[in-house]
Ligand binder design. Structure first.
Ligand code: 4AD
Ligand code: MG
Length: 477
């Protein structure tokens, strides 16, 4: 069925021509006005029906949610808020949607309610807008790396290594027909998981990306990653998508420059290409915030926030400098930031990060040179022997959006570090090989894609920016 998309039709089609559009009914008012949407844009096309010319049984099927093909003439609209409408000549109903049972009715549904309807929620304006922005961001990401000389590298999903050394992995089990591998006592033998090997779903493609950067120079992965952390927060998923560039001959400064430029570039892309959706999401947020006390409302509207990111430099400081600031700041009266760090070496909690970003600097912050003992084994040790060349980018309202580092490229120091952390050399023999043969300074980072989509759309819960969220409670769909 060749038809024109509603987006194209609203943008530039001349009047008086015959058009065919497909879509789903948003509303049908007065047996006369169908608001039709096909997903191509947040905007609906109004289709005007002369009910006397149509069969009553047909009209009765035109309910919210029904799938239609509409044929008619494009004319100037008399209605408010739209330039054109379709004078309907013919309607085909492909599938109705019984108003008694179809859950997505034309009223405001809570996000919690819609999470239970993950297969239908994309038919609401909010989710359609979020998912279009998500798609645009993915495109912008690939485009950025392509323009900057990177190769797209596909890291394995099933792997034997724990890239972060944090042990938060989902194991892969071979069911071998129907039977799980059993040990002598009849218990599942996890050692026999993957055709005789212990494997898990990847927590990060970084280690493999390092191998590829050492041959292709600059690579990036963009794929699903998995964390078996049982955290029920609005920032954590068990399955999330991560963008991980890895660059040979980049030190930490070059890595931070790239990360900042990259984020600005993809945000700029959506500002230029997703205006209608961002305007809609901004309005939605403003409405939502009306119910909050003044102090909790954000100071900037969504689009201004995005522009602020593009136009302002991120603040860079070392972990040690951040600790000094946190030690010297007075606990705020409302006790929002009551846990002030006293010890150098402690990991920052999200309230410390929020204090630095939202209260102290009021802009994105890149913290670097963290204590070695709170960061992963692969990060490059500094001359001081106690900090590593790590960097985290902290964003307003989100917290950590990027984690990255310059990697330890010196074989002897990497081996010492692994020994100290009880990471067996035989598990990462291939990773050590990279340091034996043609090793070089190199760096990279990981950006949590859903956290970026959250920032870009203003959605408060990470479960609402991925089509089918995987969390400890939710893996049904
Ligand atoms: O800081 P992380 O754990 O770093 C790594 O995995 C490195 N190997 C990346 C690299 O250097 N190539 O994770 C990177 C980012 C975090 O900053 C956060 O944005 C996101 O991934 N992230 C999560 N997003 C959603 N749900 C979770 N459970 C996440 N865990 C990390
Ligand atoms: Mg991190």
């Amino acid at each position: 069925m060749v038809s024109i998309s509603i987006k194209e039709l609203l943008n530039k089609e001349p009047l008086s021509q015959e058009v065919t559009v497909n879509g789903w009914v948003k509303t049908f008012r007065s047996n006369r006005f169908i608001a039709l949407n096909d997903g191509s844009t947040i905007n609906n096309i109004q289709c005007v029906v002369d009910f006397e010319q149509f069969d009553e049984a047909l009209l009765r099927q035109i309910n919210t949610g029904a799938a239609l093909t509409v044929k008619g003439t494009l004319v100037e609209s008399q209605g408010k808020g739209q330039n054109v409408e379709i004078q309907v000549k013919d309607v085909t109903v492909h599938g109705g949607a019984d108003p008694e049972t179809y859950p997505i009715q034309p009223k405001k549904h809570s996000l919690e309610f819609l999470r239970e309807k993950a297969h239908l929620r994309v038919r609401t304006n909010t989710f359609a807008a979020v998912m279009r922005v998500r798609s645009a961001l993915s495109f912008a990401i690939h485009q950025y790396f392509r323009k900057n000389g990177f190769y797209y590298f596909h890291a394995p999903i099933i792997t034997g290594s724990d890239a972060e050394g944090a042990g938060e992995m989902f194991r892969v089990t071979t069911l071998d027909g129907k039977n799980p591998p059993l040990d002598g006592n009849g218990n599942i033998d996890y050692k026999e998981d993957f055709f005789g090997k212990e494997t898990n779903l990847t927590v990060s493609g970084q280690l493999e990306a390092e191998a590829y950067a050492m041959g292709l120079g600059k690579v990036y992965t963009f794929g699903p990653t998995f964390r078996a952390e049982n955290s029920n927060t609005s920032r954590h998923l068990a399955e999330f998508w991560m963008i991980e560039p890895e660059m040979a001959f980049f030190d930490l400064d070059a890595n931070m420059d790239l990360a900042e430029d990259f984020i600005k570039s993809v945000i700029k892309y959506i500002l230029e290409n997703c205006e209608d959706d961002l305007v809609f999401l901004e309005k939605r947020l403003l409405d939502e915030e009306k119910s909050k006390p003044q102090a909790e409302r954000s100071e900037m509207a969504l689009i201004d926030k995005l522009k602020f990111i593009v136009e302002n430099r991120f603040k860079r400081l070392t972990y040690t400098e951040a600790i000094e600031i946190l030690k010297n700041c007075k606990p705020n009266k409302k006790k929002k930031f009551q846990y002030i760090i006293e010890e150098w070496g402690a990991d920052l909690q999200s309230e410390h990060e929020r204090f630095l970003v939202e209260k102290h600097f009021k802009c994105p912050v890149i913290l670097f040179d963290y204590p070695a003992n709170i960061k992963a084994f692969y990060m490059r040790l500094n001359e001081d022997g106690k900090t590593v060349r790590a960097m985290d980018i902290l964003f307003p309202g989100i917290g950590e959006i990027v984690g990255g580092s310059q990697r330890e490229e010196r074989l002897d120091i990497l081996k010492e570090k692994m020994a100290a952390l009880d990471i067996p050399e035989k598990e990462l023999w291939w990773y050590l090989d990279l340091r034996k043969f043609g090793t070089a300074v190199h760096s990279g980072f990981g950006l949590g894609f859903e956290r970026l989509v959250q920032f870009a759309t203003g959605m408060g819960n990470i479960r609402d920016v991925i089509p089918f969220p995987r969390t400890p409670q939710n893996a049904e769909f």
